[in-house]
Design a binder for this molecule. Structure first.
Ligand SMILES: Cc1ncc(COP(=O)(O)O)c(C=O)c1O
Length: 352
């Protein structure tokens, strides 16, 4: 096999290529022709409970080590997948890790917090900030605290590598340029053609930007906003342009597509559409989604099918970005039960 040219700027952390699987029963329930709907399983990739952050961390950690850094500094919401995965990657590579999270330490750990405590990074807690969100995300307060924590560590003689929320720097997004290349090869095997549409949860925007650069066209990526950052639309074109320059590729054509309809009241709001999507995927395909990102992304896919943006034969790939530990966060079981009581076998409502 030819050597991987990326290995001078990437440290392998995942088992890949990640699986590319058909979703025949979910597709049929959505009125799609057999073989039209597939999932790219980045939730199962081998590191620390899986998810999209592993791909970003392959590039971020390589950059950190190349710069002689010895401690990763990042942050996110209390149930952040990115925090959990950064702590796991640091352990894998023998680096230290400091994470910034909002709010007090919960009395009983649940979901990702169980795994954070298991991986054991140093935790810096900040006040709940302007939004008052205790489990949500005050984006700018956390970003500022990551910077300040990095400064504090540097003053103590450490060599910090600051990673923004979601690993959303251009270096991190290179992981999704690589994922897009992988996905295109798998789509060629499955369909003998490229996908018409890729649907993905969009939080900080790094995953969507990386995919757009890898596919070469913003117009084929439908990002479902989960409400993590207020300026998602504004940052996507510039972010993609930066990633393209870094990777020596042309800027993607078209303009980014972001669907804001699934956010609900705020980041991590538990919406009925998300719950319905979660239950539908579980009951038609045995596929686990999460309540904050992929459940909302699947709800966005289902809405796009219902209003015709996705046609019966649209070659569609759902990128599963992980997050399933959040299924075990406080209150999620009770929330899921609401669907079970009212719809014991919901499957999926046919859109037409
Ligand atoms: C499970 C999951 N999916 C999707 C995303 C969104 O990725 P991005 O921040 O690159 O937009 C995240 C980010 O935290 C995540 O944890």
């Amino acid at each position: 096999m030819a050597p991987d040219p990326d290995l001078d700027r990437r440290i392998p952390l995942i088992t890949g290529p990640t699986p590319f699987e058909p979703l025949p029963r979910l597709g049929a329930a959505l009125g799609m022709v057999p073989g039209a709907l597939w999932v790219k399983r980045d939730d199962v990739n081998g590191l620390g409970g899986g998810g999209n952050k592993a791909r970003k961390l392959e590039y971020l950690c390589a950059d950190a080590i190349a710069r002689g850094c010895d401690v990763l500094v990042t942050g996110g919401g209390q149930q952040s997948n990115h925090v959990r995965m950064t702590a796991a990657a640091a352990n894998r590579l023998g680096l230290a890790c400091v994470v910034v999270v909002p709010g007090d330490q919960p009395e009983t750990p649940t979901g990702n917090i169980v795994l954070d405590e298991l991986f054991g990074p140093e935790v810096v807690r900040i006040g709940v900030g302007a939004t008052g969100a205790t489990v949500g995300l005050d984006y700018y307060a956390v970003e500022a605290a990551i910077e300040a924590t990095g400064d504090r560590l540097a003053a103590e003689g450490r060599r910090p590598y600051r990673i923004p929320i979601g690993g959303a720097s251009p270096v991190g997004a290179l992981g999704y340029v690589r994922a897009a290349t992988e996905l295109l090869a798998q789509a060629a095997d499955a369909w003998g053609a490229e996908p018409d549409l890729i649907v993905v949860a969009s939080g900080s925007g790094g995953t969507q930007a990386g995919l757009a650069v890898g596919i070469g066209d913003h117009g084929r990526i439908l990002g479902i906003d989960v409400g993590a950052r207020p300026d998602l639309d504004a940052v996507l074109p510039g972010k993609a342009a930066e990633v393209a320059i870094l990777d020596g590729r042309p800027e993607p054509t078209g303009t980014p597509m972001v669907d804001h309809d699934q956010v609900g009241r705020c980041y991590a709001d538990l919406t009925d559409a998300c719950r319905h999507a979660l239950v539908s995927a579980a009951r038609t395909e045995g596929l686990l989604l999460d309540p904050v990102y992929t459940g909302k992304a699947m709800a966005g896919l289902m809405a796009a099918r219902a209003d015709g943006r996705i046609g019966p034969a649209t070659r569609t790939v759902f990128v599963h970005t992980g997050g399933t530990p959040a299924l075990f966060a406080a209150g999620i079981g009770d929330w899921l039960r609401k669907e079970s009581r009212h719809a014991p076998h919901p499957g999926v409502d046919r859109p037409h």
